[in-house]
Design a protein around this ligand. Structure first.
Ligand code: ADP
Length: 355
């Protein structure tokens, strides 16, 4: 891509926190909710953290979306943006990011953002539809899987567990779905590369927010099927859980190291940042210390039962606030020109191969 600006300005990663309402189990356990109190001098405060915004159990999906709405405007100006949710299982990451996509009140950030983007495109959307595409992947056990390939949903974990239901480390892609690997396109003097991306990940052209919601629904179904299989296996064996947690931890451990090193190095010594130590951090390379505008949403349970995990989440994401990115914008028109040039080049290559 052609850059509009040679000297991008630094911008901090924004970190917001969202506490979900108490769930049935937490209510039954008869524990008091942990209170978020602004100010000092309260006996309850064990640790004071500072964040860009805090959303409580009463905050609506609509209110939480307002924290990332400015990113939609910036994306339309040509910036790249990332929103990622971080938190203990069951604290509301999926609810915050996806929510119930068909319910006006309950839909999350992704459906709201795509609707806002297509709304901004307005009439222009008709002419640029082929320039907008969507993809969706999942990382499990350091393996990448495409949540939107045509492979049948039921095959997702089919070959990946042994007869005891223990995850056997084999790829879940042996069902014929393309195996994904990460590659880096650095670009050259004239063209900004794509950065780190998953090779062979299916890209789906979308012409409307409804198209995107359809894809999300498909991905949710695949994840649901995968999780159901996982639970079935885990009821017979502990190993599946252990392996899952081990791999989540591995990625998150590296994410933590990337965040700390970025903070300490002030983003100056890029070579020291251990992006390559996990797939997650490699994919988030431009989001943390790179060219994206980034918001991190930490999700929390309100319950006393989860206070240790909540404190650990808050300490973890608090570090991310010290990271500065250097967002760069690409003119949307130039982007379209590049897309057209790339399509022409691909067509020419195809013709040459056929000749
Ligand atoms: P995670 O993705 O972090 O594992 P989920 O998003 O699946 O967690 O949330 C777990 C449960 O809590 C789901 O049933 C979800 O609907 C509910 N939940 C999470 N956050 C909220 C919220 N802010 N308001 C209402 N329900 C929520």
């Amino acid at each position: 891509m052609v850059l509009d600006s040679d000297s991008p300005k630094e911008q901090s990663v924004r970190v917001v926190v969202r506490v979900r309402p108490m769930n049935e189990k937490e209510n039954k356990a008869n524990t008091l909710p942990v209170t978020l109190i602004r100010g000092v001098g309260q006996r309850q405060i064990r640790q004071v953290y500072h964040f860009d915004s805090v959303y409580t159990s009463y905050s609506t999906q609509c209110e939480v979306f307002e924290t990332v709405r400015p990113l939609v405007h910036e994306v339309m100006q040509g910036f790249e943006a990332t929103v990622f949710a971080y938190g203990q299982t069951g604290t509301g990451k999926t609810h915050t990011m996806e929510g119930e996509i068909v319910c006006e009140e309950k839909k999350g950030i992704i459906p709201r953002a795509v609707e806002a983007i297509f709304e901004s495109l307005g009439e222009k959307g008709k002419y640029v539809s082929s320039a907008v595409s969507a993809s969706y992947l999942e990382i499990y056990n350091e393996e990448l899987s495409d949540l939107l390939t045509e492979a049948r949903c039921g095959e997702m974990w089919g070959d990946a567990a042994d007869e005891r239901g223990v995850y056997n480390g084999r790829s879940s892609h042996a069902d014929g779905a393309p195996k994904l690997s990460l590659v880096e396109d650095k670009g050259d003097g004239k063209r900004r590369g794509k950065g780190v991306y998953a090779h062979n990940l299916s890209e789906h052209e979308v012409c409307s927010a409804a198209d995107v919601l359809g894809l999300i629904a498909r991905a949710q179904e695949r994840r649901r099927v995968g999780e159901t299989r996982m639970n079935k296996h885990s009821s017979r064996s502990h190993c599946v859980f252990t392996l899952t947690r081990k791999n989540i931890n591995q990625s998150l451990l590296t994410l933590g190291r990337v965040i700390s090193t970025l903070r300490d190095a002030g983003g100056k010594d890029k070579a020291r940042i251990p992006y390559r130590d996990s797939k997650l951090t490699r994919l988030l390379q431009e989001s943390l210390g790179g060219r994206c505008k980034t918001v991190v949403i930490a999700t929390l349970s309100p319950s006393q039962l989860a206070v240790e995990e909540s404190a650990s989440t808050l300490s973890y994401v608090e570090k991310a606030q010290g990271i500065t990115n250097k967002p760069v914008a690409t003119s949307f028109l130039k982007y379209l020109e590049e897309q057209a040039a790339e399509a022409e080049a691909a067509l020419a290559r195809k013709h040459t191969q056929q000749a």
